[in-house]
Ligand binder design. Structure first.
Ligand code: Q0N
Length: 286
């Protein structure tokens, strides 16, 4: 992209500046597991994630404005408004898993919020909770309590992002559950525009920013299979790989099975054939 300056890299996405006001966010086909990016790509994974994000941005505009300006023809690149990002990862958990489950086992709480006794791993919480974390450039984000979050963004902005985050989660989790997918938890990033308005940025309810579980297989008391990455994890576990870089190459059948799961998530949630998205990405916005 010679017309744009590279401004940032994530594990699987790249960010370019078109000018002072506009960015292009490109979702690659890279996949990470156990926090390691694998040498093998999953064809169309980036298109699935870009299309899903755009779908959710279009459907949550009445809750909060977002950074999406348009989708490019390639289906993997989105043009976005350039914002001042808040230094906070806004996590909402509807189920107790991952670092929330670890915190709960150690202390009965997560992010300083007490939880009922007797929860089992993967249990649904009585109500979704807002558990912010700090952005770590390298390695894991660190869970923080609401007092620490308030120091980072101020009391008013924190109240606003908590309310908006919970609203977004309730909407998407209900929507997804009706289509057979549990959104166990999710992570949002917000920015602020030139007028001081809160804007939903980055990605929206993708399998990379959220834990998607197949509702048909949900059974609390154990870890749940990942909707999208379970074949990859199972294959990696079968190798006895030590989960440090470099990760293993994936065989064709694992790649094909994983691609099919990403496409299935897209089609279940959007009710749009993935081929229709490839033919005209803006289908997800209508
Ligand atoms: C921004 N990040 C997070 C993509 C994700 N609209 C925006 N305006 C200004 N900055 C950002 C956005 C957005 N979205 C978001 N970094 C900058 C992480 N990146 C890392 C690279 O890949």
């Amino acid at each position: 992209m010679p017309e744009a300056a590279h401004v940032g890299s994530g594990k699987v996405r790249e960010l370019y500046a078109i000018d002072g006001d506009q960015l292009v966010l490109v979702a690659t086909d890279r996949i990470s597991t156990f926090d390691v990016v694998l040498p093998t790509e999953i064809p169309d994974k980036g298109r699935v994630l870009t299309g899903l994000s755009a779908f959710w941005f279009a459907r949550t505009r009445s809750t909060v404005p977002n950074h999406l300006l348009g989708l490019r023809e390639d289906g993997r690149s989105s043009e976005c408004r350039r914002l001042e990002m808040l230094p906070l990862e806004c996590v909402v958990r509807g189920y107790i898993t991952g670092s929330g489950w670890k915190d709960y086992q150690a202390s009965g709480a997560t992010s300083g919020q007490a939880l009922p006794d007797g929860l089992r791993e993967s249990d649904r919480l009585p109500a979704p909770i807002f558990t912010p974390s700090t952005k770590a450039d390298e390695g894991h984000d660190e869970n923080i309590d609401l007092d620490q979050a308030r120091e980072l963004v101020g009391a008013e902005r924190l109240e606003e992002v908590e309310r908006v985050s919970l609203d977004l989660y309730r909407f998407a989790a209900d929507y997804a559950l009706a289509r057979g997918i549990i959104v166990a938890d999710t992570k949002f990033e917000f920015g602020v525009d030139g007028e001081g308005r809160l804007v939903f940025a980055d990605e929206a309810f993708t399998p990379d920013s959220s834990r998607f579980w197949p509702a048909a297989e949900y059974e609390p008391g154990r870890p749940q299979p990942s909707f999208d990455k379970q074949f990859v994890r199972d294959y990696c576990e079968s190798l006895g790989w030590d989960k440090t870089a470099p990760g293993p190459e994936l065989p064709d059948e694992v790649v094909a099975g994983t691609r099919a799961r990403y496409v299935e998530a897209f089609e279940r949630l959007t009710e749009i054939p993935f081929d229709s998205y490839l033919a005209d990405p803006e289908t997800v916005l209508r």
